[in-house]
Design a protein around this ligand. Structure first.
Ligand code: NAP
Ligand code: F7E
Length: 346
């Protein structure tokens, strides 16, 4: 049985990837941060108690800021494949917590690479590593962006992902490790964190539809993104590690839309007029913005046989419908006297 180790398993992509690998009969190990509240909501449906003979998902406490935990978990889990998805992944937050973002995203990746290098040396095992790079690394570079496009990061998050990318290239060349950098454009789903713009919008649409919220406050509506479905993108990660040689790939849909187009489509799908509900709050603007991302995924299509199955309209519909259902459940709870959080932000 092949074994995979996922950092960031409790995040959106971690959840889809764990489910995908379990469906391929992997034993899956995931690193979970200690928190005072449960943070495994996205993977609870995959978990079986470790005493259960059928258990194939195992969780370990660790952190990318804690190198010794990474080393210990490598020895415990003995992975064939590692997916480094752990990150402080919010671009706006990275301006407020720049040093922490660099420590997790850039130095955290370096800590993991050092641990993997020593693990391979001492055990003689071969381990493949996927690094979660981002279209944010292209930043202000002219669209369309592909593997040959020069990086022009526009945030501490993006600069940290560029550093992590180059650490990975260096470790691949210096120590002949199998390391693939994915340069993934924005990918979303009903599991997307609620402070990223797509989910913030579809959550608001659901709550407005059910009468639980009136207004949605957003920042820059003109930014353009190439939005795909997270379920499709985790398969691209896996395909990169099944390729004969380690390489770097752009993963995108090849279509770009503005935030305003997403807003119009999401409210429209619920039969609402966005102009009645959306207001601009400068709090959500960024010191430097990434204006226009449009990925060219032709290398991934040719070399990995990967292509997206969900495009813009299908994605909006999937997210709006899931969030209307969620708001319906919340309305039921509120009517039964329970308290439900009204928090939104970023
Ligand atoms: P996400 O939902 O924000 O999940 C991030 C994961 O990283 C969570 O499991 C989080 O744990 C974990 N994490 C945070 N700080 C950590 C630390 N110090 N040590 C270990 N783990 C830590 O992100 P995502 O959307 O799934 O994205 C996955 C990866 O792809 C990230 O590296 C992100 O930067 C990158 N990426 C995402 C996109 C996208 O559009 N989604 C595009 C390109 C690249 P908690 O649950 O405890 O917070
Ligand atoms: O912003 C604009 C905002 O936060 C998208 C991360 O997964 O994808 C993500 O980064 C756009 C930006 O994602 C609001 O200014 C307007 O132009 O959803 P986002 P992101 O910054 O593109 C990349 C590929 C990653 O790697 C990251 O980890 O939407 N926008 N109004 C807003 N954005 C937010 N969050 N909130 C607003 O109110």
């Amino acid at each position: 049985m092949r074994r995979a180790l996922i950092t960031g398993i409790t995040g959106q992509d971690g959840s889809y990837l764990a489910e995908f690998l379990l469906s391929k009969d992997y034993q899956v190990h995931g690193i979970v941060r200690r928190a005072s509240t449960f943070n495994t909501g996205r993977i609870d449906h995959l978990y079986k108690d470790s005493h259960d003979e059928e258990a194939r998902l195992f969780l370990h406490y660790g952190d990318l800021t804690d190198g010794s935990s990474l080393r210990r978990i490598l020895h415990k889990s003995e992975p064939d494949e590692i997916y480094n998805l752990g990150a402080q992944s919010h671009v706006k937050v990275s301006f407020d917590q720049a040093e922490y973002t660099a420590d997790v995203v850039a130095t955290g990746t370096l800590r993991l690479l050092e641990a993997v290098r020593d693990y391979c040396d001492t055990t003689g095992r071969k381990v493949k590593l996927y690094q979660a790079g981002s279209s944010e690394m292209f930043g202000a570079a002219k669209p369309p962006q592909n593997e040959a496009t020069e990086f022009y990061p526009r945030s501490p998050y993006a600069a940290s992902k560029v550093a992590a990318y180059w650490y990975c290239v260096n470790y691949r060349e210096a120590y002949s490790l199998f390391i693939a950098n994915g340069m993934l454009f924005n990918h979303e789903s009903p599991l997307r964190g609620e402070t990223f713009v797509t989910r913030k919008i579809t959550r608001a649409v659901g709550k407005i539809k059910l009468g639980l919220q009136k207004k949605l406050y957003l920042g820059n509506l003109d930014a353009r993104r190439d939005w795909g479905f997270a379920g499709d993108y985790v398969e691209a990660m896996w395909r990169m590690l099944q390729h004969d040689t380690p390489d770097d790939f752009v993963v995108a849909t090849g279509e770009s839309h503005s935030v305003k187009e997403f807003v119009e489509a999401a409210f429209g799908h619920a039969g609402l007029n966005w102009a009645d509900h959306v207001e601009i709050d400068p709090r959500y603007l960024r010191p430097t913005e990434v204006d226009f991302l449009l990925g060219d995924p032709s290398k991934a299509a040719a070399a990995l046989g990967w292509k997206p199955t969900v495009k813009f309209d299908g994605l909006v519909k999937m997210m709006v419908e899931a969030d209307i259902e969620l708001a319906r459940q919340e309305a039921t709870l509120i009517n039964a006297g329970h308290r439900v959080s009204a928090r939104s932000g970023n």
